[in-house]
Design a protein around this ligand. Sequence first.
Ligand SMILES: Cc1ncc(COP(=O)(O)O)c(C=O)c1O
Length: 392
Amino acid sequence: MPSINSHTPTLTSRLPNVGTTIFTVMSALASETQAVNLGQGFPDFECDPALVDAVTRAMQAGHNQYPPMPGVPELRQAMAAKMKALYGLSVNPDTEVTVTAGATQAILTAILAVVHPGDEVIVLEPCYDSYVPNIELAGGVVVRVPLSPGTFRPDFDRIAAAITPRTRALIINSPHNPSATTWSEAEMQALQALLAPTDVLLISDEVYEHMVFDGQRHQSAARYPGLAARAFVISSFGKTYHVTGWKVGTVVAPASMTAEFRKVHQFNVFTVNTPVQHALAAYMADPAPYLNLPAFYQRKRDLFRKGLDSTRFRLLPSEGTYFQCVSIADLAVSERDLPEGDFCQWLTREIGVAAIPLSAFYGNGFDQKVVRFCFAKRDETLLKALERLSRL
Ligand SMILES: Cc1ncc(COP(=O)(O)O)c(C=O)c1O
């Protein structure tokens, strides 16, 4: 019997530079070595049981067939109401809100919808790992602009210098993975002023919108008319409601941009699963879960930071997201001199705590002796990790 592989034609990869993501690698290593996994960004606690009940109820009520292509109307209406209440933006749920299979699909679909071969798309490094391959799949040209080294603030002179007549879009992400910084109002205004004379579109990845600490407001692109008019504003229910495995998100964009987005969406996923959409719509009637999220995660952040205070890890600010970056430069152990990726492997194997190297978020593997921990974990998980890290 011939094996399935015997006559497979040779392939030319569309994404020759893509391998297994660092998140998969570190999670596999963490599970193999039984390390505490503070690497990949997902909670190790359950979501609100009421949300699971809502999905069950939706299934029992017969919401089990294809929903409308752009998403269940109740969920789009709930999302439009939320945009108005939180960010002051009026959007039409019929023509300006689309439900997606998580933010990942939203970002890819937005890029495929607007980027033509040869168009330039600016990413601010370090950046989430899907952006660059998404642009490459669209035939676009990736233009990498670094966030300011050390502080991870946007450098508007460098962004301005990167804009050319071929620039189709700029991707921003606040609160920011991996640095845990958030854009300020002044920075959003500077961006609005910079883009005003251009036709550059904005892809605003706001999956951590409800994880903003120390009393700050999330600076959604939706708050700024000059940005909202050119933006795909991308959200993720997975992050907000502790259900990263459900893979449901939304895209809010002006009608003409949404129309192009949906052309791709309908031949990509076509629709997103029905009962979860009904459940999310019902659950959104109460804003408390997302309004309480900053306090929920700030407490975890503070617990984790307090524990790290007595170590030689140097804490970087964590203004938002559920990440904490630390410098390893001052550690007493000689492994501090390893490249970040090797250090994370060592930390996982020998100390029993998995982390993610920041170098994984740069095209050139830029190494600044900084690694990222995820604190979206039960207190007991964080305490166990801290106990292990206290040896350093
Ligand atoms: C910055 C950023 N964007 C997008 C995503 C993907 O979100 P989703 O799980 O909804 O696809 C993540 C998940 O880690 C992320 O960190």
